[in-house]
Design a protein around this ligand. Structure first.
Ligand SMILES: *Cc1c(COP(=O)(O)O)cnc(C)c1O
Length: 354
């Protein structure tokens, strides 16, 4: 049998177990179903589509609506099947053999995973002990490894840390000096006190990625996008497969933007619930990190993280097991759910740690 590319053969796939459980708090989705009116209207859309025809290749209506949300034109918006496809298209365009992408760990594992898939080299920097960005370490990576693409994730997954504006501006200055494209992954941007979207401009090598998957209750729809300079968007449009966004997705994604106020109310509800969960965790024998997102990283004390993960699963509660990841030894990450789901999680955790 023909072997795959050698680096692929040696690679691990993406591991996040999809298990049937009663309480699913492992992939940072919204605990709320999509708005009911959106579902009804989306059903009508299905009937209106010319299914025998290819969809609009440039997804102009969707990109125009997204652009309006952020005060930019469609030529500054690139949309794809989830922000992971946005990241992949970025690396196919600006990474690849002979080029390097920089990450500062611990961060979103897909940044380096997609770099590997696209044969992009990886320059790995380290975040500080409290998981904030250390600018001298950022500078070291820029100078030593000369990356073509640099990834920041803010709020960061899996730690929940928000990079402040001064820090991101400083990293952007370094990116400009070193002729590098800075990608700020804002999958959880709706939770943060500020957004790097403010810094996007035509002559600045910065793109900001967002997704419908987390706060927007539409992970099943697989829609993500970036906002950046027109010239970058034009290059990405060359690289992505033609007609990659199906007609239903384009229409449903446009329609969803009529519900932004409702999405924002959900964000507020999740933030309030996050506060309650943090208070309850503070009373347990766990180390907890402050979070600017819809999840919380914690480390059970006195018990092995993998054991706690399994015991939660035995009680039909699924969280993310980060316990074997570098720098996160023994840690678990729990998504903020509904108050009922979080109570189930807390009761199970209390029982396990007692
Ligand atoms: C979930 C996530 C994504 C991917 O989201 P899509 O569902 O592909 O849009 C991207 N970045 C981060 C940091 C995430 O946590």
């Amino acid at each position: 049998m023909i072997e795959p590319r050698r680096d692929v053969a040696l690679m691990d796939g993406y591991h996040s177990p999809q298990v049937e459980v009663e309480v699913r708090l492992n992939t940072n989705e919204s605990p709320f179903p999509a708005p009911a009116e959106w579902v009804t209207e989306a059903q009508a859309l299905v009937a209106s589509i010319a299914w025998n025809r290819y969809p609009d290749r440039t997804a102009t209506e969707l990109r125009t609506s997204i652009g309006q949300l952020h005060g930019v034109g469609p030529e500054q918006v690139f949309a794809a099947n989830g922000s992971n496809e946005v990241l992949q298209t970025l690396l196919l365009t600006y990474g690849g053999p002979g080029r390097v992408a920089a990450v500062w760990e611990p961060t979103y594992a897909l940044h380096s995973h997609i770099a590997r898939i696209t044969s992009t080299g990886i320059a790995e920097g380290e975040r500080a002990t409290d998981f904030t960005l250390d600018l001298s370490e950022v500078q070291r990576v820029f100078e030593q490894d000369r990356p073509s693409v640099a990834f920041l994730c803010s709020p960061n997954n899996p730690t929940g840390v928000v990079d402040d504006e001064a820090t991101v501006r400083a990293v952007l200055e370094l990116a400009i000096i070193h002729d590098c494209l800075l990608v700020v992954d804002e999958a959880y941007g709706q939770f943060a006190p500020w957004s790097a979207l403010e810094l996007v401009a035509e002559d600045v090598p910065l793109v900001v990625t967002r997704t419908y998957s987390k706060t927007w209750s539409m992970a099943a729809a697989r829609i993500g996008y970036l906002v950046g300079p027109c010239s970058v968007v034009a290059e990405l449009q060359k690289v992505v497969l033609p007609y990659h966004l199906d007609a239903f997705k384009q229409a449903a994604g446009t329609l969803a933007l009529a519900y932004v106020d409702e999405m924002n109310r959900r964000v507020a509800a999740v933030v309030e619930e996050r506060g309650r969960l943090m208070d309850r965790l503070a009373a347990l024998p766990v180390e907890v990190w402050p979070s600017g997102a819809n999840f919380v990283l914690f480390r059970p004390l006195g018990l092995d993280g993998a054991t706690v993960w399994q015991e939660l699963l035995d009680r039909s509660v699924l969280v993310r097991n980060c316990s074997s990841w570098p720098r996160l030894e023994g840690c678990l990450r729990v998504t903020i759910g509904t108050p009922e789901e979080d109570d189930r999680f807390l009761a199970a955790l209390e029982e396990i740690l007692r």
